[in-house]
Design a binder for this molecule. Structure first.
Ligand code: SF4
Ligand code: SF4
Length: 664
């Protein structure tokens, strides 16, 4: 019981009011963002929240040794929230709110739980401090003064909990004392020979320290880097219900603003994401651009959005112009994101996969690219030719459409005709024009024929799917190409598509769905796996590959969850399970070509493809198996860089299967 109820009541009410006002000021800024419906399907959202936030899925997985400690701290925090609420309200209404007023069984159980949980929390805080001092994580905020202050305050809360309970137990008035082993132990160690008057003084002292620490922490949180304590759980509730494997459509009206060049042009969810980031640095740890010493740091991008909002938001609420640019054209400054950073992203999705708080980095980066491309016509010089080629000839190289059919010179590739051919084999630009990838195309065609699949092509009428355009922020041209493709598919009666390129696959399947195109799209790895299961394809298990590693393409794996089909096909064709590189499945490391980076120079740091090739070479291998034309190019280039072309080959899975086909 507090020594002076009236004084505490005033402090309590003032603190709660101040906290409410701080939250209001913070969350009012989020309303500056554009609309985004994140309230649909409440049941699923609650499920996501329980799984993501309460079970701490990402925190304990992904190989983070100290994730378990965070899980312990989180749950201690949740449980002690009940104790804290009781403590504070007991201070104002001591006769009406008190655990001891509960039925005895419940009172004893809660006393027991709070006692142990407080000890676990104290130990978890100690582990967190030791971790930060002895095994410092890569992110700077982990060792910031603020991080230690917050851990220190939590430790004070636990110590005062034991101090207060122990001095009350020593006075002999706590009915649940025998259910509070830790507090009783503290009492027996520290308060055995203390006079009754002093025990009252100690109890009051610990009570007030605890109350002040609690209310101070409460009011500090909205202004600290630990604001995520307040927003993380709701952010998991607002998480996208589907995998974030596409970007939103834009509406092309003259008066519209395209992309995001000011912080209030993000959606409210984007802004809420920025509040929710715990700055744990997991996204940065797995970012291929960051790993190869480029200035892109996904955690920093999210942090800068928050800083920009906090700085410009209050002005924008008063209809004043922002003073801090969201996108800076060069120099790094807190709250601004440089253009260089925006162009470094390969959209590999590793950051989103690993984020414990379901923060969506890639759409934000693409939105800023859209602003640069569509509003300011500012983009890396080498993209000029790419954009022109795409606009004029619908392929990245600007090659005449008539050349699209050249790969099929020696085979009988029929044109797609609804009713006659079942599948459209959508070859894709790389599969049609790139000499190396044409070999994959031929292998796919051979497999389809061997399985008796009825397939046809669009030939010179096939256009690029527009993947790179969209990821590079040229939504205007992507939109035109997507609509033209969809119109052609509808006119020609295309319903089922086979593709060998994960980028075409994801674009036709996920991006075109936004235009109402419900196509049955199969990547060749999926299709071959199904054909094998159905017995339509028989393979000789001859293995002339030597030791082989498998590389997961980001747009097949992380974007579309296709991990096992290619591995099963590989095993069926070779009789061996592919060796995994250090980073594989959802932790796979990008080849460096996604997000339109295929068409750009890599001027800073190590080349991403070289870093990936080095990782593969660590396995002492002879073959790298890929399932994507971009990966094929990047690995072959990387092997050249490492002088390893003579000893290591890169093969598409389709080529491996084609070699293993049973001859009649
Ligand atoms: S964005 Fe997610 S993964 Fe990255 S630092 Fe923030 S919480 Fe951690
Ligand atoms: S998508 Fe990939 S490259 Fe882009 S920020 Fe995320 S991890 Fe880095």
């Amino acid at each position: 019981m507090p020594p002076n109820i009236a004084i505490f009541a005033v402090i309590f009410v003032a603190s709660v009011a101040l906290f409410g006002w701080s939250c209001f000021r913070r969350f009012r800024l989020v309303t500056l963002g554009k609309a985004d419906n994140r309230f649909s399907n409440i049941g699923k959202r609650i499920g996501n929240m329980l799984y993501q936030a309460f079970a701490q899925r990402c925190t304990v997985s992904h190989g983070y040794r100290f994730g378990l400690n965070h899980l312990v701290l989180f749950w201690c925090f949740m449980i002690l929230l009940i104790e804290t609420t009781e403590f504070l309200f007991n201070g104002v209404f001591p006769d009406h709110i008190d655990l001891s007023l509960l039925p005895a069984g419940l009172y004893h159980a809660l006393s027991f739980i709070f006692d142990w949980v407080s000890l676990f929390a104290l130990l978890a805080v100690c582990a967190a401090v030791i971790r930060r001092l002895a095994f410092p994580p890569s992110y700077i905020v982990a060792r910031s003064l603020e991080a230690f202050v917050i851990l220190g305050v939590i430790a004070i809360l636990m110590i005062t909990f034991f101090g207060m309970n122990a001095s009350e137990i020593a006075q002999g008035g706590v009915e649940a004392a025998r259910y509070m082993p830790i507090s009783s132990l503290v009492a027996s160690i520290f308060f055995m020979d203390v006079s009754a008057g002093s025990l009252v003084g100690y109890a009051n002292f610990f009570w007030w320290i605890q109350a002040i620490a609690m209310l101070s922490l409460l009011n500090y949180l909205p202004y600290s880097d630990h604001m995520h304590v307040l927003t993380a759980i709701p952010n998991c509730f607002f998480k996208s219900l589907t995998k974030v494997n596409t970007q939103s459509r834009e509406e092309f009206k003259e008066s519209n603003i395209f992309g995001v060049g000011r912080v209030d042009q993000f959606t409210w969810k984007d802004l809420f994401d920025s509040y929710s980031c715990s700055e744990c640095g997991r996204c940065t740890d797995c970012c291929p651009a960051n790993f190869t010493s480029k200035p892109l740091n996904p955690q920093r991008v999210i942090h800068d959005i928050k800083v920009n909002l906090l700085k410009n938001g209050p002005l924008m609420l008063r209809n004043k112009d922002p003073i801090l640019p969201l996108i800076s054209d060069g120099q790094e400054q807190d709250g601004s994101i440089s253009e260089e950073v925006i162009w470094e992203c390969t959209t590999c999705g590793a950051c989103m996969e690993v984020c414990p708080l379901a923060i969506e980095h890639v759409p934000k980066i693409v939105d800023m690219r859209r602003h640069l491309v569509e509003m300011k016509a500012e983009f890396p010089e080498e993209l000029l030719a790419f954009f022109e080629n795409m606009e004029q000839r619908s392929n990245p190289w600007g090659i005449a459409p008539g050349e699209r059919i050249k790969w099929a010179t020696d085979i009988d590739a029929k044109p797609f005709e609804a009713g006659t051919t079942e599948y459209l084999f959508y070859v894709g630009c790389a599969g049609a024009f790139d000499a190396r990838n044409r070999r994959t195309t031929l292998a796919v065609a051979k497999i389809l024929d061997a399985a008796g699949i009825s397939w046809g092509i669009l030939g010179k009428d096939e256009m690029c799917c527009g993947d790179s355009l969209r990821r590079l922020g040229n939504e205007f041209v992507f939109d035109r190409i997507a609509r033209e493709n969809i119109k052609m598919f509808a006119e020609r009666g295309v319903k089922k598509i086979i593709t060998q390129c994960p980028h075409c696959y994801s674009t036709l399947k996920n991006d075109y769905l936004q235009y109402g195109a419900e196509l049955e799209v199969s990547h060749h790895t999926e299709l071959i796996n199904n054909l094998l299961k159905e017995g339509k394809l028989e393979l000789n298990r001859t293995n002339d590959l030597g030791k082989a590693v498998f590389h997961d393409s980001c747009y097949l794996g992380r974007y579309n969850n296709i991990y096992e089909a290619p591995r099963k096909v590989f095993a069926s064709a070779t009789g061996q399970i592919p060796t995994e590189m250090e980073r594989h499945h959802d932790k796979s490391f990008c080849c460096g070509a996604g997000g339109g980076r295929m068409w750009m120079e890599e001027a800073i740091g190590k080349h991403i493809n070289v870093a990936r090739v080095e990782e593969a070479l660590n396995e002492d291998l002879e073959t790298i198996c890929v399932c994507c034309p971009y990966c094929m190019t990047m690995f072959e280039d990387g092997l050249k860089d490492k002088d390893a072309v003579d000893r290591v080959q890169v093969l598409d899975l389709a080529e491996i299967v084609a070699r293993a086909l049973k001859k009649d």
